[in-house]
Ligand binder design. Structure first.
Ligand code: GLY
Length: 378
């Protein structure tokens, strides 16, 4: 299999996600049907530009499409008002019109920022996502969440604005640092854990091969992840209910990311992976699933060489109360109550606010104690 398509059937906002190796080379032919004139404005970051911008230029030029490009600094700091202003003003200076198409070439930061710029430019222009990380291919490029961070919290400013097309070129994943690839895999595993036990079983069998570079396995993993995300987004585009399932592992994960200062001590997908293990641990303590389930989650993460316990996070962490306080700042708090995504088993997640904080505290306390046990000298 070299290319496959997941359709996202959102009425007049429907679009395709194309998944395959070498899509960048064919980007011109794939994007051309969306253009009213043969010109696109591309926004990317410095790291991705060095690796893929000329490839995109060549792919577009093969179909006679001109490209203008803005390169922003790489890193989470780019998802901010100053760079949003820079992007929007640049698009206006380049005379990007309402019927033009803007292209986001990069990971989640670029996709979110450029999607938001497209949402507000001239009250909305179309945009194409070309996600270059595994995390962006399976999560952030699909579903229309766009935005920037505020000093008060991540992703607090934004809009729902669906792309017109997503080109997930699995060949570009070969340029990722292995740690970044595995961090994205945290989100892939999440899909199996939240809604598809067969997919999780498939990942247990094929995960190591896809991490080692098996292209057919990479395409299949991205396809199944995107299909599950598309199904959920179609049921609940603006997250009034079911879409929150996509946050499995995120309540714990965000607290750990905040505790580590959103630094490279813990990447987002690593926090999600540890968070999934903790969500299953909490589910088992609540009698919702058997104790074997959190062990199975951890065993798979271990087989993939991924972080799975608090002991895998370097440096100091706050105590259980400190971590609970960080969870309470999560944007998933509703009417002052924390919302958790728990599971009745692998592939059977559900959303609930009915969780005893003392039990959450106990799970964190035990996880921290296990960490101290592992890390104690001698
Ligand atoms: N990344 C979660 C969502 O798109 O809803």
């Amino acid at each position: 299999m070299t290319q496959t398509t997941v359709h996202v059937p959102l009425d007049d906002r429907a679009y395709d996600v194309l998944i395959g190796a070498g899509l960048l080379d064919r980007s011109g032919a794939l994007i051309a049907p969306f253009l009213s004139r043969p010109r696109v404005a591309v926004i990317t970051d410095a790291n991705v530009a060095a690796l893929h911008l000329e490839g995109l230029r060549a792919g577009l030029s093969d179909a006679g499409i001109d490209m203008i490009a803005l390169t922003l600094p790489a890193g989470e700091g780019t998802k901010s008002w100053p760079h949003l202003t820079q992007a929007v003003e640049w698009l206006l200076e380049q005379k990007v019109e309402r019927r033009d198409v803007v292209v986001a070439l990069g990971g989640g930061v670029i996709g979110d920022l450029v999607g938001f710029a497209a949402a507000i430019l001239r009250r909305g222009v179309r945009f194409v996502q070309i996600p270059t990380t595994l995390l962006a291919q399976v999560d952030s490029s699909v579903g229309g969440k766009t935005g920037i961070n505020s000093p008060l919290g991540k992703n607090l400013i934004g809009a729902f604005h669906q792309p017109s097309l997503v080109l997930a070129d699995t060949a570009v994943l070969g340029t990722l640092d292995p740690r970044d690839f595995l961090s994205g895999y945290g989100e892939v595993a999440k899909y199996g854990l939240l809604g598809d036990a067969d997919f999780f079983e498939w990942l247990e069998a094929n995960g190591p091969a896809l991490a080692a570079g098996d292209m057919a396995a990479r395409i299949e993993a991205v396809r199944r992840s995107v299909q599950m995300k598309a199904d959920i987004v179609v049921r609940d585009e603006t997250e009034q209910g079911d879409r929150a399932l996509l946050n499995l592992g995120h309540t714990f994960g965000h607290a750990l990311e905040a505790a580590t200062g959103y630094s490279d001590r813990l990447l987002h997908g690593e926090g999600v992976a540890i968070g999934c293990a903790l969500a299953f641990e909490l589910s088992a303590r609540m009698g919702l699933c058997s104790q074997e389930e959190p062990s199975r989650v951890r065993a798979h993460l271990a087989a993939m060489g991924m972080k799975r316990d608090l002991a895998d996070i370097p440096g100091d962490l706050p105590d259980a109360d400190g971590l609970l306080a960080l969870m309470a700042q999560d944007k998933k708090v509703l009417d002052g109550k924390l919302r958790f995504i728990l599971a009745r088993g692998i592939g059977q997640a559900f959303v609930t606010s009915d969780v005893n904080p003392d039990l959450v505290r106990a799970v964190m306390r035990d996880a921290l104690a296990a960490r101290d046990g592992v890390r104690a000298p001698g």
